[in-house]
Design a protein. Structure first.
Length: 397
């Protein structure tokens, strides 16, 4: 699928670039042709207005009009013809000159082209009669042909260069999709693995309930096991749904001004009894009146996840600390707890979905989704979350 996506991206990009190059080179050729035609007609007007220059092709004072291969025909009032021109044309063939002149006279346009002869003509009126100036178009056609060949050559090289760039851009553009696709596949595999164990326990206990050999005490244990696994499955499914809601942007719809200092104090106070029961001490270092724009319920959930994480994996020889303070234009919250040092690799991966630092975390009822939800909440609030482990203290900022 990703290979097809890259090919489609390259094809679309190359089609757009080809159309743009054709349009640009077409404009260049078109305006060049118009400019050469306009210059040619301007010279022909100059020749028609100064018939004496026709007889002096060697005169350097004739300016640009002697640089263009031309000849002129003066038609008198009695229809007599007088032909003048520079040395480019052999004007001794009177029949050919007469034929060309008649073709120009029969044409309706004052300025036109005799394609069969490669000539452009200009008809003007003078006191002595009608005058027709003929100018050669071979150099003009050759210049346009050379320009078209140059454009084709440059265009071909440009397309080859853009093809290479398009391939690189396709890999760069599809890379996030590739990464997301791999993460999605890994997520589905991990979720299936996490659901498989409780489902197996539930099915096994349900089958054992059908056997009459077990007494009521054993059957009560089977039922309790089914209920326990069902609750764990519900927690997992709720966590997955919460991640989906955050990823879909539902948090952004309820952002408002929140007193973050009061929120942390209230939420930490609600955990004090839980910490006391586990024999842990909770201390607060919260700077007052820090306001942020966010979702109050999700910010409470964020602190709850970090406190629950600290409670599960802290040791008894230190306090768990919640801190909040200003750092420039941003505020920084930290939840620190004493515990085994976390390796650098684990610090990089700890926020990934279903990731556990060690398998023992699975025994604590952890599915490896809490920190992923915390990261998603922080991301929606345009913040940053990371972990540090120093001197026996693990801190989530």
């Amino acid at each position: 699928m990703l290979k097809k996506l890259r090919i489609k991206f390259i094809c679309m990009l190359m089609v757009v670039i080809t159309i743009m190059l054709c349009f640009i080179f077409g404009l260049v050729i078109h305006f060049t042709r118009l400019a050469m035609e306009s210059q040619s007609i301007q010279v022909m007007h100059s020749i028609a207005d100064n018939p004496f220059a026709l007889r002096q092709p060697e005169n350097t004072g004739g300016s640009e009009q002697v640089q263009l291969p031309f000849f002129a025909v003066q038609i008198g009032r009695r229809r007599e013809l007088e032909v003048s021109g520079n040395s480019y044309y052999d004007l001794s063939d009177e029949d050919a000159v007469l034929k060309i002149t008649l073709l120009a006279l029969d044409a309706e346009d004052q300025v036109g082209v005799l394609s069969d002869y490669g000539l452009r003509y200009l008809k003007t009126n003078s006191p002595m009669g009608q005058r027709i100036v003929f100018a050669d178009m071979s150099s003009e056609k050759a210049a346009i042909a050379n320009l078209m060949r140059s454009c084709a050559f440059v265009g071909s090289l440009s397309l080859l260069a853009f093809l290479g760039i398009s391939i690189l851009l396709a890999h760069w553009a599809v890379k996030p999709v590739d990464q997301a696709w791999k993460q999605q596949k890994q997520f589905v595999a991990d979720a299936s693995h996490e659901l498989k164990t409780p489902l197996t326990v539930i099915l096994t206990n349900a089958e054992l309930l059908q056997y009459p050999d077990y007494d009521e005490t054993m059957k009560a244990q089977f039922v309790q096991s089914i209920l326990s696994m069902s609750h764990k499955m519900r927690e997992l499914v709720e966590s997955l749904l919460e991640l989906a809601r955050i990823d879909n942007g539902t948090v952004k719809e309820c952002l408002e001004k929140v007193n973050f200092s009061e929120l942390l104090s209230d939420e930490a106070e609600a955990f004090e009894a839980l910490f006391f029961e586990k024999g842990r001490d909770l201390s607060l270092s919260i700077q007052p009146d820090i306001f942020v724009r966010g979702s109050e319920s999700h910010l409470r959930q964020l602190l709850g996840i970090l406190l629950d994480n600290a409670l599960k994996y802290s040791t008894l020889d230190g306090d768990i600390t919640v801190s909040l303070s200003w750092h420039g234009s941003h505020c920084t919250m930290g939840v620190a707890n004493p515990g085994p040092e976390i390796s650098r690799e684990d610090l990089r991966n700890i926020f990934k979905r279903f990731y556990r630092v060690d398998q023992a975390r699975g025994l604590n009822g952890s599915y490896g989704l809490g920190l992923s939800i915390a990261q998603s909440i922080v991301g929606v609030h345009k913040g940053k979350i990371w972990a540090e482990s120093k001197k026996g203290i693990n801190t989530f900022y």
